[in-house]
Design a protein around this ligand. Structure first.
Ligand SMILES: Cc1cc2nc3c(=O)[nH]c(=O)nc-3n(C[C@H](O)[C@H](O)[C@H](O)COP(=O)(O)O)c2cc1C
Length: 217
């Protein structure tokens, strides 16, 4: 087998062709630009464009990260859903400062968002929970995300029991499954360029207003 560094050095990155991002496409509000980029990602067939990395920090300030699904975007807010009892749930309890990162490799685009996460209302949680598939509802109702699983059979038997519960009492809501909104205060849009003349625009929020500047690649 090849050495890892040989395998890696043969891989291409940002080979293109990639779309361009002109300064005249910069919008006043970054949520508008995000939605334009999300639409482009969907049209261009990007695989799971709604998958994003959520970064959190623990009580000691050590970072952690994992992939989640983007549930919604409204003005200045990005939404995700998870279990309060999970590791990230515990981290969010002590520190609400988070980062979200999207990478859409097919079009060479990255979006970085920094902001503060807060829990949504019970009504929004219920609405989101009931939209989940019955398997996803059952898994959330078991509620053991990030806890030690002694053996896979335990998962199968818990799932069987909980799927029964979901079928018999379809509106059972997990008390731990929560929708969070990240109120963004900094967002960067990065368009890769095969010649490495990447285009970077960073927005910073001041109250209701956003300012932007270009960054060197
Ligand atoms: C494509 C993809 C989508 C995922 N979506 C979610 C999600 O929406 N919510 C969630 O809690 N975990 C989701 N996960 C699982 C998380 O990455 C993670 O394993 C889990 O939430 C436990 O993280 P924690 O131990 O840091 O709390 C997803 C994973 C992948 C790869």
């Amino acid at each position: 087998m090849k050495q890892a560094r040989d395998l890696l050095s043969n891989l291409k990155s940002l080979a293109g062709p990639l779309p361009e991002f002109h300064p005249n496409e910069i919008t006043n509000n970054p949520s508008d630009l995000f939605l334009q980029w999300l639409n482009t990602a969907i049209e261009e067939g990007v695989n799971e464009p709604h998958a994003m990395t959520l970064s959190t920090v623990d009580a000691e300030g050590a970072p952690d990260a994992r992939v989640l699904i983007l549930k919604d975007v409204t003005r200045d807010r990005w939404y995700f859903a998870t279990s309060l009892a999970s590791r990230k749930g515990e981290q969010l309890h002590v520190n609400q400062k988070v980062a979200l990162t999207f990478y859409w490799s097919e079009i060479g685009r990255q979006v970085r968002i920094r902001g503060v996460a807060s829990e949504m209302t019970k009504e929004r949680n219920t609405e989101d929970f009931l939209k989940r598939s019955s398997a996803a509802q059952a898994m959330a109702l078991i509620g053991n995300q990030s806890k030690t699983l002694d053996k896979r059979e335990d998962l199968e038997s818990e799932l069987l029991k909980t799927k029964d519960l979901v079928n018999q009492t379809p509106k059972t809501i997990s008390p731990n499954w929560k929708l969070f909104a990240v109120l963004a205060d900094e967002i960067e849009f990065w368009q890769g360029d095969p010649e490495r003349k990447h285009m970077r625009v960073q927005y910073k929020r001041n109250g209701e207003q956003w300012k932007h500047r270009l960054l060197w690649p």
